[in-house]
Design a protein around this ligand. Structure first.
Ligand SMILES: Cc1cc2nc3c(=O)[nH]c(=O)nc-3n(C[C@H](O)[C@H](O)[C@H](O)COP(=O)(O)OP(=O)(O)OC[C@H]3O[C@@H](n4cnc5c(N)ncnc54)[C@H](O)[C@@H]3O)c2cc1C
Ligand SMILES: *[C@@H]1O[C@H](CO)[C@@H](O)[C@H](O)[C@H]1NC(C)=O
Length: 595
C-alpha cells in the first residue's frame, strides 16, 4: 500500500515536472521567436543601409571619373575621347538609370480633370528599388513563422508585423528631412527620397493593418465576436492600436498625390498633427516593450532635423542682422524677390532656398531656386560722402534673387501685394533657410545643353553664368553651352532681362553660349526677331530630338543635358537623350520643382 502511494506520488511529481519541462520548453521557444523578430528588424535596417552604401560607392567612383575628366578636359580642346560612349554604361543609363517605368512617361502627371492630377510614375530604377523593398518586407513578415503550429502562429505573426511596422518608421523619418544627409552624399534629390518616404510609410501602414487583423482573427477564432467586442472595451493595447491604425490610414490617404498637390499647405499642417497624434499614441502602445526604442529613435531623428532647421534659420536671419526682401511684380505673372542677406554664403549653381515671408504667408516656407547673386557695394554713406576703402568693404552687402511664378497660394498673394505697392514693389522682412540642393556638377562636360520651360529658367541661369565665367578663366571643360528656353509670350523675357544682359556681356561669351528662344503664343510675327547669330528666336515649340541631334553633330567631349520645366518637357528630353545614348556619351539630368 505504502509503496503504491509512493509510486503514485512519484508519478504525479514526475508528470508535474514533465509539464514544467514542457512549459519551459514552450517559453524558450517563444523567447527564441521574440529574439528572432528583433533580429529581423535589424536585418531590414542593415539591408537598407547596405544598399545605400553600395550606391554611395558607385556614386563616389563616378564622381572620381568626372573629376579626372574635368581636370583633363578643362585644358584641352580635343575631348574626343570623352564624346565616345562606354557601351555598358550607355546600356545601363538607357535601360535603367534614365529609363521611365514604361515607354516614355515619367513626369507628365495623370490628370483626371483640370487641376486634379493623379501623380506621376516612378522611373525604372525607383520601381526596382521599390519592388525590392516590398519583397523584403513581405518575406521578413512571414519568414520562419511556424504556420503548421495553429495555436501560436497568429501571435508570432502579429508580433512580427508590428515590430517591422515600427522599425520602418526610422528610415521613413530620415528620408523626409530636407537636411537628410543622403541627399548630398548620394546626389539624389529630395523628391526621390520623398518618393521612398511615402512608400515606406505605406508599407508600414499595411504591416500595421496586418498586425491588427492577425489579432482580430485569432481572437474571433478562439472566443467569438462577442469576446472581441468585450476585449475592445477598456483594453489599452486595443484602443491605442485602433487609434494608431486610423492615424496611419488617414496619413496615407491625405498624402495621396491629388490632395497633396491641390492643398499643399493644408496637407502639411494636417499631416504634422496626425503624425503627432499617432506617435504619441504609439508611444503608449509600446510601453514596456523593446520596440519602443525604435519609436524613440524616430522621434529623436525628427526633433534633430527640426533643430537643424531652427539653427539655420536663427543663424541666417536673427544673429548679425535681419533678412529683407524686395518684391517686384513683373509682367507675365511672376515676381522677382531680391533678398538682402544678413549672412551671405557662396552661391553655387543648383542651389535652392526656402523662404518665409511672415506678412504674406505666416509661418509657411516655400522652396525657390537661387537665380542670381550679387555683391553690392555701398560707395557712399548717408550724407553722400565717399567713404574710405575700408568702409566700403565693411558695408558690402550680398543679395540673392529668386524668380517666382504666380500660382494660387502664397505666390499669388505675394504678387498681388507687390503690384499694389509703389512702382510695383514691396519691401518686407523675410526668413531665408538654406542653401539646399546643389547636387549636380556640370564642370566636366564639354557640351552642355539646357532645356527650360517657363520659370524653369531660374534653375539654369546660375549654371550658364558659372560655365561662361569658367570658360573665360579656363577652369571648366565646357566649350559649347546651349540654352533652349520655351516661353508662352515675349513678355516673359522680362523676367530675366537684367541677369541675361549681364551674362551676354561677359568676357568671351560669344565663343561658348548659344541661346534659342521658343515663343509658343506670340501675339504677332514681328515679335519674333533673332537679335544675333548666337541668340535666335522661333515661334512654336522646339522639336526636342532635332535640337538635340544638332548639338550631337557638334558635340565636344561628354554631353550633359539638363532640363527644368513641365513634366511633359522633361519626358520629351529624356526620351530624346535615351534615343542617342548608345551612339554618344550623354548624361540626362532633371529638376522638377515639385514632389
Ligand atoms: C526645389 C524646388 C525649387 C523651386 N524653384 C522654384 C522657382 O525658382 N520659381 C518658382 O516659381 N517656383 C519654384 N518652385 C515651385 C514653388 O515652390 C511653388 O510653386 C510654390 O511653393 C507654390 O506656392 P503656392 O502657395 O502659391 O502654391 P499653390 O498654388 O497652392 O500650389 C502650386 C504647387 O506648388 C506646390 N507647393 C505649394 N506649396 C509648397 C511648398 N511649401 N513646398 C513645396 N511645394 C509647394 C503644390 O504642391 C502645388 O503643386 C520650386 C520647387 C521646388 C521643390
Ligand atoms: C508578443 O508581444 C507581446 C507584447 O510585447 C509579448 O507579451 C508576447 O510574449 C509576444 N509573443 C511572442 C510569441 O513573442
Amino acid at each position: 500500500m505504502a509503496t503504491s502511494v509512493t509510486i503514485v506520488i512519484a508519478y504525479m511529481a514526475m508528470s508535474v515536472y514533465a509539464q514544467q519541462g514542457a512549459e519551459q520548453q514552450e517559453a524558450a521557444r517563444m523567447a527564441y521567436y521574440g529574439t528572432m523578430q528583433m533580429d529581423y528588424a535589424h536585418y531590414m535596417l542593415i539591408a537598407m543601409a547596405s544598399i545605400v552604401t553600395l550606391f554611395f560607392i558607385w556614386k563616389t567612383a563616378l564622381r572620381f571619373t568626372f573629376h579626372l575628366r574635368h581636370l583633363y578636359a578643362q585644358a584641352n580642346e580635343n575631348q574626343r575621347y570623352f564624346a565616345r560612349n562606354d557601351y555598358h554604361m550607355a546600356l545601363l543609363k538607357r535601360y535603367l538609370v534614365d529609363a521611365p517605368l514604361f515607354r516614355t512617361r515619367h513626369n507628365r502627371e495623370f490628370q483626371l480633370f483640370h487641376a486634379v492630377n493623379l501623380g506621376s510614375l516612378p522611373n525604372r530604377f525607383q520601381a526596382i528599388c521599390l519592388a525590392g523593398l516590398i519583397a523584403m518586407n513581405v518575406s521578413l513578415c512571414v519568414l520562419n513563422i511556424p504556420f503548421s503550429d495553429r495555436k501560436s502562429y497568429p501571435e508570432l505573426l502579429r508580433n512580427r508585423t508590428g515590430t517591422l511596422a515600427v522599425t520602418n518608421l526610422i528610415p521613413m523619418v530620415i528620408l523626409v528631412g530636407r537636411n537628410n544627409p543622403l541627399i548630398p552624399l548620394l546626389g539624389l534629390s529630395f523628391d526621390t527620397w520623398n518618393f521612398f518616404h511615402r512608400w515606406i510609410a505605406r508599407i508600414a501602414a499595411l504591416e500595421g493593418i496586418a498586425h491588427m487583423l492577425t489579432f482580430v482573427v485569432a481572437e474571433v477564432k478562439q472566443s467569438g465576436w462577442a469576446a472581441l467586442a468585450k476585449a475592445i472595451q477598456g483594453h489599452r493595447q486595443i484602443t491605442t492600436g485602433l487609434i494608431i491604425i486610423v492615424g496611419f490610414v488617414s496619413l496615407v490617404l491625405t498624402g495621396a498625390s491629388p490632395l497633396r498637390h491641390a492643398f499643399y499647405e493644408t496637407f502639411l499642417h494636417v499631416h504634422i498633427l496626425l503624425v503627432l497624434m499617432t506617435f504619441v499614441t504609439l508611444w503608449y502602445h509600446l510601453q514596456d516593450m523593446p520596440q519602443q526604442k525604435y519609436l524613440l529613435a524616430t522621434l529623436v531623428l525628427w526633433v534633430a532635423e527640426l533643430a537643424v532647421r531652427l539653427i539655420i534659420n536663427v543663424y541666417r536671419n536673427l544673429i548679425g542682422g535681419k533678412t529683407t526682401a524686395k518684391v517686384e511684380a513683373l509682367p507675365g505673372d511672376a515676381s522677382r524677390i531680391t533678398l538682402k542677406l544678413a549672412r551671405p554664403w557662396t552661391v553655387r549653381p543648383g542651389q535652392h532656398v526656402y523662404i518665409c515671408i511672415p506678412s504674406i504667408g505666416l509661418w509657411t516656407f516655400h522652396p525657390f531656386s537661387v537665380a542670381w547673386s550679387e555683391k553690392q557695394q555701398a560707395l557712399t554713406d548717408e550724407k553722400g560722402l565717399v567713404m574710405t576703402q575700408q568702409d566700403v568693404v565693411s558695408t558690402q552687402t550680398e543679395t540673392i534673387s529668386l524668380l517666382v511664378r504666380r500660382r494660387t497660394g502664397f505666390t499669388d498673394r505675394l504678387y498681388k501685394h507687390a503690384s499694389k505697392g509703389i512702382d510695383g514693389q514691396a519691401h518686407l522682412s523675410a526668413f531665408v533657410e538654406g542653401p539646399y540642393g546643389e547636387i549636380h556638377n556640370l564642370d566636366s562636360y564639354g557640351t552642355v545643353v539646357l532645356f527650360a520651360g517657363g520659370v524653369g529658367i531660374t534653375h539654369h541661369i546660375p549654371f550658364i553664368r558659372h560655365l561662361a565665367r569658367g570658360y573665360a578663366d579656363g577652369v571648366v571643360a565646357a566649350r559649347r553651352v546651349t540654352l533652349i528656353w520655351t516661353i508662352k509670350s515675349p513678355e516673359h523675357l522680362e523676367w530675366v532681362r537684367p541677369w541675361m544682359n549681364t551674362i551676354l556681356q561677359m568676357d568671351r561669351r560669344r565663343e561658348i553660349l548659344r541661346i534659342m528662344l521658343f515663343i509658343t503664343r506670340p501675339r504677332s510675327t514681328n515679335e519674333i526677331r533673332s537679335p544675333s547669330s548666337t541668340i535666335e528666336m522661333f515661334s512654336g515649340r522646339p522639336n526636342i530630338q532635332t535640337v538635340l541631334d544638332k548639338e550631337i553633330e557638334q558635340q565636344i567631349g561628354a554631353m550633359g543635358v539638363m532640363v527644368c520645366g513641365s513634366g511633359a518637357l522633361s519626358d520629351d528630353v529624356r526620351h530624346a537623350c535615351r534615343q542617342r545614348q548608345v551612339s554618344s556619351n550623354i548624361d540626362y539630368i532633371e529638376e522638377s520643382f515639385s514632389w
